[in-house]
Design a protein around this ligand. Structure first.
Ligand code: HEC
Ligand code: HEC
Ligand code: HEC
Ligand code: HEC
Ligand code: HEC
Ligand code: HEC
Ligand code: HEC
Length: 375
């Protein structure tokens, strides 16, 4: 998750509502203390809410509520969150470090064998389609919002286990075992990619007015004007359509959060295991993406490949491989003079298995390799 986001350490941490002494033990060893500008800029103003769109786009708004984009961020007092975490515990294998989750006055909190005090969990990241990770918040000495991405997560198979990349985090003392420590800019980035509007003043996030989840206007930038115009019966400019963007522009838009190739730095190599996490980095490397203009579809239209060819961002992800391979076969059909056929498997096979496989990132989490290629 955090590749391309720089680590910001070395702050003196002072917890809101917790004793300075206890929280001093959460401190990381001093490093260079540098401010970074958040890479994800929240909207400047509170966004119009989904309800406004529902008036005319009821079906999309209804399906969106169950889509992962509509559920990227949760509060620690939601019943579903409590049902998944409270009363459960995790012991890091080969160590005495043990984390326990509790319901504390209707809100999630956790205790660690490495840390003396129970810590409130204000926010949980992720829809749960793949995983959910608690975030522990506090204000640093300057009153700015900082966070710990917790070392233990809930996985879609129901397991409670180490957060991706944190299996090794089992220091037996202090705050280290609690997870990855993030400064103000990185904390703002977490919320920036998982929320619609993140108001902040002088580095302190205003959680009372934060709008969680990826609302309509995060992707449809001009939707507020559109909604007002439509309601008034006088829209001056039609709303932007993704189909009018070039495939590269369209992928770039999703890449604001799903990452862009330029952010990773250096030459991209197909065998780099981190790329699999970032669909919008992988897909544009595929010959299918780069040479799509060469293909004319059966309906006479030029072929088009971007994220929306396979994904409807308003709905849960299509799980049936047949609906994905249909996309492959629309282009790959040498009998019709389109792109070449597979030299290895018949057209009835599941192309994804070999050319877009799910790659395990840890015991409970897979990502789909979107760099389509002969492997
Ligand atoms: C008063 C009714 C109304 C409201 C409110 C409204 N829309 Fe629309 N919207 C429409 C109509 C009608 C169209 C089709 C008109 C057109 O094609 O230009 C449309 C078209 C769109 C399109 C483009 C469809 C395409 O063909 O690509 C998008 C995207 C969209 N709306 C998003 C939104 C969002 C997001 C909101 C909430 C912020 C919203 N709309 C609020 C009536 C409305
Ligand atoms: C504002 C940030 C943001 C933007 C922009 C964005 N996404 Fe996402 N997307 C997310 C987050 C966060 C998740 C993780 C949801 C979760 O926790 O499961 C996600 C998840 C997904 C998933 C996986 C859903 C699943 O079943 O797990 C797909 C597919 C997806 N996005 C496609 C897109 C496409 C296509 C676009 C561009 C049209 C796009 N996203 C733009 C933030 C964004
Ligand atoms: C640049 C945008 C961006 C930032 C910054 C970001 N996320 Fe995400 N996050 C995403 C996207 C996109 C997804 C869905 C695809 C994926 O998993 O990479 C996601 C998925 C997740 C998930 C669901 C599980 C999973 O792996 O799919 C969790 C949990 C999560 N993020 C937590 C965090 C936390 C905690 C932070 C801050 C330390 C953070 N994210 C920062 C964009 C971002
Ligand atoms: C993650 C980005 C993203 C979010 C969030 C998002 N949309 Fe869209 N929306 C898209 C894309 C991309 C398309 C074009 C889809 C395509 O070309 O298949 C689209 C198309 C549409 C359309 C026209 C196509 C259709 O299916 O009728 C409407 C209307 C629309 N969106 C409304 C909304 C509303 C309302 C919301 C909030 C509930 C919303 N969108 C949230 C990315 C997004
Ligand atoms: C050729 C079809 C295809 C295209 C194009 C495509 N995806 Fe996917 N994507 C898939 C499949 C298949 C899955 C796995 C679905 C499943 O079974 O859960 C997937 C899964 C995902 C997931 C969930 C996490 C994972 O890795 O499994 C995210 C996030 C995602 N896609 C984002 C994107 C984005 C962003 C784009 C555009 C850059 C994109 N996808 C383009 C087919 C596609
Ligand atoms: C928009 C059209 C289009 C779509 C959709 C598409 N491809 Fe391709 N693909 C191409 C073109 C064009 C080439 C280059 C063919 C050539 O070398 O002559 C290509 C090349 C390939 C190659 C060879 C890659 C290499 O390493 O040389 C594979 C494998 C492949 N595609 C598999 C797939 C699979 C699997 C899917 C569906 C998940 C898919 N393609 C979807 C157009 C497409
Ligand atoms: C069992 C694994 C497997 C499946 C399933 C599979 N492929 Fe392949 N594909 C391969 C291998 C291996 C190669 C390389 C063959 C070679 O180099 O001789 C290949 C080559 C290709 C090529 C490049 C052909 C060339 O002449 O360079 C394309 C295009 C392709 N596959 C598309 C697809 C499509 C589309 C599907 C789904 C209908 C598919 N493949 C299903 C394993 C598979």
């Amino acid at each position: 998750m955090n590749r391309g986001v720089r680590y910001w350490g070395g702050m003196i941490l002072l917890a809101a509502g917790l004793s300075a002494g206890l929280f001093a033990s959460l401190m990381r060893k001093s490093g260079s203390s540098q401010d970074h500008v958040p890479i994800v800029q929240s909207r400047a103003q509170a966004a119009v809410t989904v309800q406004i769109c529902a008036e005319c786009h009821a079906e999309i708004v209804a399906s969106f509520a169950s889509a992962p984009h509509g559920r990227t961020l949760h509060r620690g007092d939601e019943p579903e969150i409590l049902a998944r975490f409270a009363g459960r515990s995790f012991q890091f294998p080969g160590s005495s470090t043990r984390i326990e989750f509790h319901a504390d006055a209707g809100k999630l909190s956790l205790t660690s064998s490495t840390f003396a005090q129970s810590l409130p969990v204000d926010w949980i990241f992720g829809s749960g389609t793949h995983a959910q990770t608690p975030l522990i918040l506090w204000n640093d000495a300057r009153g700015q919002t900082s966070a710990i991405e917790h070392s233990v997560s809930w996985y879609a198979g129901g397991q409670i286990a180490a957060t991706l990349g944190m299996d090794g985090l089992k220091a037996s003392v202090g705050g280290e075992a609690l997870g990855r420590h993030w400064g103000t800019a990185e904390t703002a980035n977490c919320f920036g990619c998982h929320a619609t509007y993140v108001p902040a003043q002088e580095g302190q996030i205003d959680f009372d007015h934060l709008q969680p989840n990826i609302g309509c206007v995060r992707c449809h930038f001009d939707a507020a004007t559109h909604a007002r115009g439509m309601a008034g019966g006088a829209e001056t400019k039609p709303i932007e359509r993704f189909a009018a963007l070039t495939p590269a522009e369209s992928v770039f838009r999703c890449g604001e959060c799903h990452r862009r190739a330029g952010e990773l730095g250096g030459e991209l190599k197909a065998d780099d295991p981190t790329i699999v996490r970032f669909a919008s980095v992988g897909l544009p490397q595929s010959p299918c993406f780069q040479r799509q203009a060469e293909v004319t579809l059966a309906n006479g239209k030029p072929a088009r490949l971007d994220c929306t060819t396979c994904h409807d961002p308003h709905r849960p992800t299509e799980q049936d491989w047949r609906n994905h391979t249909r996309v492959c076969l629309e282009c790959h059909d040498s009998a019709q003079g389109r792109a070449i056929d597979c030299t290895h498997a018949p057209r009835t096979e599941n192309c994804l298995k070999c050319h877009m496989p799910a790659v395990p990132s840890n015991d409970f989490l897979n990502f789909t390799d979107h760099w389509i290629r002969v492997r």
